[in-house]
Design a protein around this ligand. Sequence first.
Ligand code: WT7
Length: 596
Amino acid sequence: MVAEGTGTGQVSSVMGDYALACAQFSWSTAGDWLDGLPQGGRNIAYEAVDRHVIHGRGDHVAFRFVASDGLDVAWTYAELAERTSRFAEVLRELGVGPGDLVCGLSGRIPDLYVALLGTLKARSVFSPLFSAFGPEPIRQRMGIGHARVLVTTPALYRKKVHGLRAELPDLEHVLLIGPGSAELVGAERIGPGVVPLAELWATTTGAFEIEPTDPEEPALIHFTSGTTGTPKGAVHVHDAVVAHHATARYVLDLRDDDIFWCTADPGWVTGTSYGVIAPLTCGVTCVVDELEFDARRWYRLLEQEHVTVWYTAPTALRMLMRAGSAPHEGCDLSALRHVASVGEPLNPEVVHWGLQEIDRPIRDTWWQTETGAIMVANYHGTEVRPGSMGRPVPGIEAAVVARDPQGEVLRGPDGGPIPLDEPDALGELALRRPWPSLMRSYIGAPERYATAFLGDWYLSGDLVRRDADGWFWFVGRGDDVIKSAGHLIGPFEVESALLEHPAVAEAGVIGVPDPIVGEVVKAFVALKPGFEPSDALHRELIGFGRSRLGNAVAPRDITFQQDLPKTRSGKIMRRLLRARELGLPEGDLSTLEVPS
Ligand code: WT7
């Protein structure tokens, strides 16, 4: 156990008494912490932006973008309100309306944030795509969501999207932002419906009245991956903002004078929910770093921006740990009062490092794309148990439920899961529905959605233990999905891409442990007759994977293996590939077709 360190700021008034905070909490009261639309209903962008202007905080800085060229941009809430209104006007002019899908694909540049919030103002639905995705993940996600609009940069459009246009019949408008986009105003179109955003901006007024928005209207689609099949588009509604806001208060401990830095990329759910929505609902200043990781620069950024609350990830913290003390020598981090982490297991070693090296406990938090908001956490002002993801947030009931040896959750007499109440029992983490940010569907996949629940319970797929005091400890994932640098990667997506190569007959993809990024993607490939393993083919396949999938998803390593282990029904046994790769016990082989 680690007590609150010195120099960590005041003890939180919010979560100082965990039991009391839980007892006093209700989601309907939490809804009242926000405003609701004057014209009826609830809209995320209104809660995040406009209401602060109405409350007289329009001059407060909403975003500070720290740019590669040193030309940093700061926008107040009033400026953000105006820009997001202009974006909503642009959509309305284009005939893009409620329910239509707008995808965003860019690095962390200011106009991406405008597009996200402006889309929500227009009651259209926003889906972020990671800028390091290759064409294949982009095509799949936009296709599943029937995206009508894409907001991206000229370079990303040319490199990743232009060649897909024939396969994306629903995509009508591509709005160009960022470097090189202004130069294209008035120029010849670089593709059908491709227009620089700046060109459409000219006719906007900056005034846009958000229409009444049903809190249950879809607002966001976040794609995530499972063991099998195509990516799943988790649909979140406007009411999710109630959970974003409540968790920002309870877990991130945000108050309106905070300077908050969430290092997650807005191409994923964390960067959207906690890099944009949740902190803005608290009226804080958000720092956005447009550049990639660099230990020295990161410490300088914490110092120069006077960051008070920092939400980051184990991979980044492990990279800082590896960089040693030199990069932060002489750095004044005294403004920093709260550090939290998410996305992968936070090793106790990193928590101890935080205490020693930067004199701050690092507080782990757990959630998922599907849960939409933080569900389990270590709270500011409370004890930290290194290695534990913490305790459920107020309003969330969590249980450890029983699974059979095949990994299926067992059904109790009432049709629901069977809770394991004894301390430290190993089971699957389940959460009792509903809560505002729980996904409402997987777009176009009702059967997959149905299997995520048993009775009143959402099944997370994660294996956990709960100790006698009610703290949760992550044990592992219950499926074959890979977590690399905090990003979830579906093995099926990688296998499918490799199978498109003429030499590949079969592919099995697994995650191999890595001390920094958690896991790296590794593929086992069986070749078609007429092809022989060679260094040249190896290089070609690695390159093929990267060009199709992008660096964030492609396999880092490929092994040629003709006799991939399969079940009787012909499915490649990734678990066995993994066990053999890591020298682990091979487990139950009774369904193995060809023991090799
Ligand atoms: C999966 C969800 C993280 C939210 C946004 C990304 C793993 C998440 C932790 C943690 C151990 C964690 C789980 C989870 N995960 N937080 N604190 N300790 N594992 O959501 O991409 O849907 O990933 O990330 O396996 O199921 P996601």
